[in-house]
Design a protein around this ligand. Structure first.
Ligand code: DGL
Length: 266
């Protein structure tokens, strides 16, 4: 079973991709809606929440875990890789590799939550895959994008204005590649593309499943995973708009959702 987790609903974008690319495999998802957003939280808290979720997923039978949340990937991936015996995948490494492949002028932009940007996780990953430091990385936190997406302000003029404000400096730097380093930004792609112009290549950190699957195949993991239907979705809170949000992020309405209090079940 493939375990996937996120601070809330954004990780459903990754689930959507897994459903498309691996339709025969079982998925178990945990969205930490009771404690989201993670993007404003301290590293210590994000690590604590992520560790708890990973324990829950393993207890439920996850054989691998994909951390769909950028903020959790930034702070907790290394910790979880050390503490858990099952393979753990995150979304930062594949996004960085893609950006390095795509950029022609060696100027890459990164947008994400405060917590992701301040973690320097992307910067460290660039150092690893571009050791000579040929690429310049320009980072910008865009904290209002998450609530705008959740309130469905996607096509509103206010959102365009805010996008222009956030992206102004990156545009000025002349980047040719922009990493959308947050689950929610995937839904703002059109707006971001409009502001940045057609020539800037957008790398969506929720569209990295191909790379994760390639790594799984290389490590001979796929053949060991359980196949079958009956995906499981768990949330630490089931707010009134969850059905609507799941439609927006996953492309299908999730109903009969299970609310889980991790403090009670672990
Ligand atoms: N899932 C988070 C991320 O990708 C965004 C939402 C939040 O701040 O919790 O960073």
């Amino acid at each position: 079973m493939i375990g996937i987790f996120d601070s809330g609903i954004g990780g459903l974008r990754v689930v959507k991709e897994v459903f498309e690319k691996l339709p025969l495999y079982k998925v178990i998802y945990f969205g930490d809606l009771a404690r989201s957003p993670y993007g404003t939280k301290s590293p210590k808290t994000v690590i604590r929440f992520s560790r708890q979720i990973a324990h829950f997923l393993v207890q439920k039978g996850a054989q691998v875990i994909i951390i769909a949340c950028n903020t959790a990937s930034a702070h907790a991936a290394e910790v979880l890789k050390k503490e858990f015996s099952i393979p753990i995948f995150e979304v930062i490494t594949p996004a960085v590799k893609k950006a390095i492949q795509k950029t022609k002028n060696q100027k890459v932009g990164l947008i994400g939550t405060w917590s992701t940007i301040e973690s320097q996780a992307y910067q460290k990953s660039f150092k690893r895959f571009d050791p000579e430091g040929k690429i310049q990385l320009f980072a910008q936190a865009c904290p209002l994008f998450v609530p705008l997406v959740e309130e469905n302000f996607i096509h509103r003029p206010e959102t365009k204005k805010i996008a222009r404000y956030y992206l102004r400096a990156l545009k000025h730097q002349g980047i040719d590649t922009l990493i959308l380093g947050c689950t929610h930004y995937s839904l703002l792609k059109k707006v971001i593309q409009n502001v940045m112009g057609k020539k800037v290549e957008l790398i969506d950190s929720t569209e990295v499943v191909d790379d994760i699957l390639a790594e799984m195949a290389q490590k001979n993991l796929l053949s060991q995973l359980n196949k079958g239907f009956g995906h499981q979705f768990y949330f630490s809170d089931v707010p009134r708009n969850l059905e609507v949000l799941s439609q927006r992020f996953l492309g299908q309405k999730l109903s009969h959702l299970k609310q889980i209090d991790l403090d009670e079940v672990l």
